[in-house]
Design a protein around this ligand. Sequence first.
Ligand SMILES: NC(=O)c1ccc[n+]([C@@H]2O[C@H](COP(=O)([O-])OP(=O)(O)OC[C@H]3O[C@@H](n4cnc5c(N)ncnc54)[C@H](OP(=O)(O)O)[C@@H]3O)[C@@H](O)[C@H]2O)c1
Length: 267
Amino acid sequence: MNKIAFLGAGRMAGAMVGGLLANGAAKPGDLACIGGDDNTAGELAQRTGITAAANLDALLQGADILILACKPQQLAGLDRSLAELTTGKLILSILAGKRLNRLAQTCPRARNVVRAMPNTPGQIGAGITAWSSLHPLAAADRAAIDTVLGSLGKVITVPEPDLDAVTGLSGSGPAFVFEFVAALREGGIAAGLSREAAALLAQETVLGAAKLLAESKAEPEALRDQVTSPNGTTFAGLKKMEAGGFRALLKDTVVTAKVRSEELSRD
Ligand SMILES: NC(=O)c1ccc[n+]([C@@H]2O[C@H](COP(=O)([O-])OP(=O)(O)OC[C@H]3O[C@@H](n4cnc5c(N)ncnc54)[C@H](OP(=O)(O)O)[C@@H]3O)[C@@H](O)[C@H]2O)c1
């Protein structure tokens, strides 16, 4: 793996560094980072053995790939020297809502720019990331992007306009699932369980069902039907969900999040 520089040393950068070191794709000496005023870079360097760079010049010295992992609102304030310092380098941005043409304004001489949308389970290597590139990627760059993003979990590629829908589904999705788990827990409490038991049962039910879905490779509807006997308990519960418009509500939820992502990306 060529040398990688991280601009931003917070949760996502930390997860990527951790994943790359854990799977042997990079050695600490291959990675460098820089943060803002809160010394996250120093802490990440201390934790992992990577280099905390003193300035952008040092960060990009010898680096082939620059990962933009600060907050999206910090992009506009980044030092203008970045335009020159990123000449010929591959840029990978995980900044939510920052489009490829906007990123290319900051790094106009980069050899290519990739925009990725990861999600929070990436912090434990269980995420899914969708990406898109400004120009078609050379084979070696594509392999590097797959390795770097693979440190957060699964990886798919989509056309850039789809990234708003990706944001609405897998980007915001973990929060929708957490809300679903909380609602299941409340249901358990309403049905007479202690909060502690209901919380554990709700969490493990979602975890186990997700693992079963992933391992069986069946459609969720098929697995649902396997546990639904006519007029049984699951049947009664599913009828209640249907009457309450559960599926339509979730569909609208994802579309609403997508539309908001489109609004936020307009700059
Ligand atoms: N968390 C997620 O699951 C998720 C999902 C999708 C996309 N993203 C995207 O990932 C990016 C990072 O998110 P995060 O959760 O890792 O954020 P975070 O933990 O808050 O980290 C942000 C990092 O940026 C650094 N920073 C601030 N100003 C800087 C500057 N001028 N130059 C260089 N670094 C600077 C901060 O340093 P100091 O704190 O030391 O100042 C910190 O290390 C965001 O753009 C977000 O949109 C995150």
